[in-house]
Structures are given as C-alpha cells and as structure tokens.
Design a protein around this ligand. Sequence first.
Ligand SMILES: [Zn+2]
Length: 73
Amino acid sequence: MEELTPDIPRPDACPKCGQTPLHSWQEMDDAEREIAQRVYSAGASFPLTERIARHRWCLRCWHEEINSAIRRA
Ligand SMILES: [Zn+2]
C-alpha cells in the first residue's frame, strides 16, 4: 500500500497535462461549463446528465475525464 511510484499519475490529475485537480461539473462556474460543453470530446457519447454526475474536467487543456471513479485497492 505504501508503494508510491512517481510514474503513476495521481487519480485526480489530468492524464494529458498533469494538471490538478480535475473539476467536477459542480465545481465549475457558468463560463467553464460552457467551454466544457463545447469541447465535448470524450463526452460526446455520454448524455449530459451522466457527464454532470460522473465526469471531471481539466481546466487547463479541457480534457474530459470519464473514468472518474477513484479506485481503492
Ligand atoms: Zn489537462
């Protein structure tokens, strides 16, 4: 459990640019939500309700993290 490998990104870090933390829909303001809806990349196959409930966004590169469940081994 204490094996912290630097190569493994933090679960709350953007897998593309490493920015932390990722922001959930509730944590973004209106302008940010508008951008998140426009970029709509990985989320294109998901209904907005599911994106709001589960997805998280990187505010730097606007990567949309769809696998937001934090795994606990
Ligand atoms: Zn990013």
